[in-house]
Design a binder for this molecule. Sequence first.
Ligand code: IPM
Ligand code: MN
Length: 373
Amino acid sequence: MYRIAAVGGDGIGPEVLNEGRKVLEAAAERFGFGIEWVEMDLGAERYLRTGELLTEEDMELLSSCRAIYFGAIGDERVKPGVLEKGILLTMRFHFDQFVNLRPVRLLRGIKSPLAEKGPEDIDFVVVRENTEDFYVGLGSRFRRREKKELAMMRELYHAKFGIDAESDAEEVAYQIGVITREGARRVIDFAFDLAQRRRKRLTSVDKANVLTEVYGLWREVFSEEARRYPDVQTEFNFVDAITMWFVKNPEWFDVVVTPNMFGDIITDLGAIIQGGLGLAPGGNINPAGVSMFEPIHGSAPKYRGKGVANPIATIWAGSMLLALLNEAEASEAVMRAIEQSIAKGVVTRDLGGGASTREVGDEIAAGVLGGGC
Ligand code: IPM
Ligand code: MN
């Protein structure tokens, strides 16, 4: 019996999560385990009603679960950043989910927008660092009035660049990226371990030619780790260049490890080359703690309640959740059932079909139960 928190959240989140839960329940029935759902009421509705984002009780409840199954967060009535930082990022940080695992795989039957690339060409995994970099929230914005901070910035500017910022610095905003040796080591180690179990090729992403401090440290740690895995072939890519290679030669990649913000950016690119955001799952993983699984798409408020959202990203995230629980057979059966539903043409309109969110969920759940998968 696994205790799993269910967080539907905002927009299309609750709809796609329902289908994901349906499929996990089918897998539980077929493979002989149980799921105890812990329903969590988090997101915009509650925030607007009570002002609460994540309370201490919420955290305790989440901590008592084996994993978190997450829909989406974000609502047009709330200022950007409030829900994202107050719920999603808080969970990632609180549970120290330092790996954001994002498979980029073109499923059979799906057409990539990359002409002439098929499922044999697009099959890699992005390991995104998930707790550091520009996501740490260190920064500020101030005006001339706030003399102390401004004087400090002026001094910094002068010392570093010889610039007298007095006249230009009426309003200043800055935000700081942080990489720690241990933070880099643990995620890079995870990526090497994964590469060793796949095609033994690992690409590191950075911008060490400009952001020399933070990504200089990242590179140093990568090189040190590489010595411990002599059987894994390694390379460095600058982030600007890798966006080009993802499009031109996706078949080159096996495992890609990246600092947080670049990982955010390149995984949306990954999502589109695997057929769209409706097909891209992610796992926020703490191998020794509470992990969280979610589609990487957002809450898409304009599609809320319309029954048109593609639930496959969420269902695929559910398959990743099962893999984490060591229910390997169930996890694989879910993936086969997804591919079977695509082969039968039971797909939502983003994939050119006419099926509703619920019909796709029903079809995949039936595939898991039917034993054909
Ligand atoms: C993602 C999202 C989040 C991120 C936002 C919603 C905070 O874009 O999971 O990729 O930037 O990590
Ligand atoms: Mn993103």
